[in-house]
Design a binder for this molecule. Structure first.
Ligand code: UDX
Length: 450
């Protein structure tokens, strides 16, 4: 099997390194963060990803997987050098390439044998050329080729997505090098697309931007459904049965977060804008996503009147279930908006409490469980659709709340059942509350059924 080095052991790099090791290759994961590497060598992961810890430990024990901060050693002996470093957003939304540049410079000074440089990071179109230029300039005699190999991993299902990809995308001006990277993926038995570098880089951005567009589309339809009395979940079901549409990514809610969609849509729009194009659809996708967070505050005001001094419970802080990742999580922005309105916050998340703590408004109470979060709350907002929230005891929840008001930001509950249980319930696109806020700030349950 092959000798592989992966630069950057974050979500993408650690999954990539571990899965390639599990396929029988010898893999060295490299990072500048000594604490991260030290933890990994003891089988402790810096991130939560279902199944990954066990896979890391198994491959460490088998000797197929190693971790080091020694770039020179790791790169020098590898046939394939994967770049999987972060590409955070810059001030104008552009992708910040400082880590990619640093990786290219490290590679240039560490190469000791012909190697194929494989770019896994999500990078602006043209970055493959940049990596080539940097290595060529610093090491004119180096024998290498650059191949773009964008990842399509979802957090929470990264191993499954790696081992069962819908397609493997490879881009390079050196088709023989691309074919050798294709061989590396052969055990996955997936369709392989081999194209040029820029096209492969664009496939990644266009795919993420399209998925984000589906989400903002269904969210716009949901807001219209609220006004016209249609049920967005039924609308999505009816749409999704059309084979040309399909059911995926049509779940209306408080919008998308995470380290990818927000960053990638913004970066693609920025690339268009600096080349003189006006990406109006991408701008609309981002604006709709922002407005979904604000929608929660608007609905709470409709149901409670003023939010000043009210206690609001947030269920879910991670940007989606089965991860502890809070990057661009809707919950953080919603918490900030509610805090600006003078609300007191209580919050619970099964995994992401410690990650979220520094980003929550001061005074936010971090609760032990959903019922503790709901204690004394004037309203409860479901922000992340963790399974355990779907099974809560509604009567117990209502008993501890000051007011039985629920904003279901991920449409996990059935409106009719919630109203039968005596809740003033608002989902996203499931019928807006009739703004009949009584003197005591309560919306009469009957008003909601009109
Ligand atoms: C995404 C892409 O799916 C993946 O292919 C790419 O490699 C990285 O970005 P990820 O960000 O991990 O993966 O999560 P994903 O499951 O795609 O969800 C992204 C966000 O969209 C989450 O905040 C989720 O709550 C939201 N979402 C998703 C919706 O609001 N509605 C949907 O129907 C689907």
């Amino acid at each position: 099997m092959k000798q592989i080095c992966v630069l950057g052991v974050g979500y993408v790099g650690l999954t990539t390194a571990t899965c390639f090791a599990d396929l029988g290759n010898t893999v060295i994961g490299v990072d500048i963060d000594e604490r991260k590497i030290a933890g990994l060598l003891q089988g402790r992961l810096p991130i939560y990803e279902p199944g990954l810890e066990e896979m890391v430990r198994r491959n460490l024990a088998a000797g197929r997987l190693q971790f080091t901060t020694d770039y020179t050693r790791a790169i020098g002996q590898s046939e394939f050098v994967f770049i999987a470093v972060g590409t955070p957003s810059g001030a104008d939304g552009e992708a910040d390439l400082r880590y990619v540049r640093a990786a290219a410079e490290q590679i240039a000074t560490s190469l000791q044998r012909p190697a194929i440089i494989v770019n896994k990071s999500t990078v602006p179109i043209g970055t493959g050329d940049l990596v080539t230029t940097i290595i060529r300039r610093l090491n004119p005699t180096a024998e290498f080729a650059v191949v773009s190999n964008p990842e399509f991993l979802r957090e929470g299902s990264a191993i499954a997505d790696f081992m069962n990809p819908d397609r493997v995308v490879l881009g390079s001006e050196d088709r023989e090098a691309a074919a050798r990277v294709a061989e590396l993926h052969a055990p996955l038995n997936a369709p392989v697309i081999i194209t040029d570098t820029r096209t492969a880089e664009m496939i990644k951005y266009a795919s993420n931007a399209f998925l984000a567009t589906r989400i903002s589309f269904i969210n716009e339809i949901a807001v219209i459904c609220d006004e016209l009395g249609a049920d967005i979940k039924e609308v999505a079901r009816g749409m999704g049965l059309d084979k040309r549409i399909g059911p995926a990514f049509l779940d209306a809610g408080v919008g998308y977060g995470g380290s990818c969609f927000p960053k990638d849509v913004q970066a693609l729009a920025h690339m268009a804008a600096i080349h003189g194009r006006h990406p109006q659809l991408l701008y609309a996708v981002m604006e709709i996503n922002r407005s979904q967070r604000r929608l929660v505050v608007l609905r709470l005001r409709e149901m409670l009147g003023t939010l000043d001094g009210r206690t609001i419970a947030l269920l879910g802080l991670s940007f989606k279930p089965n991860t502890d990742d809070i990057r661009e999580a809707p919950a953080l922005e919603i918490a900030h908006l509610l805090s600006l309105e003078g609300a007191n916050l209580r919050a619970f998340d099964p995994l992401a409490m410690e990650q979220a703590r520094p980003y929550l408004p001061p005074g936010t109470v971090l609760a032990r469980d959903p019922y503790d979060a709901a204690k004394g709350a004037d309203a409860l907002v479901v922000v992340t659709e963790w399974n355990e929230f779907k099974q809560v005891d509604l009567r117990q929840l209502k008993a501890v709340m000051a007011r039985p008001v629920i904003i279901d930001g991920r449409n996990i509950y059935d409106p009719r059942e919630m109203r039968r249980e005596g809740f003033e319930y608002y989902g996203i696109g499931r019928g807006r509350p009739r703004a009949a806020v009584g003197g005591d700030g309560l919306v009469s349950a009957s008003a909601l059924d009109q």
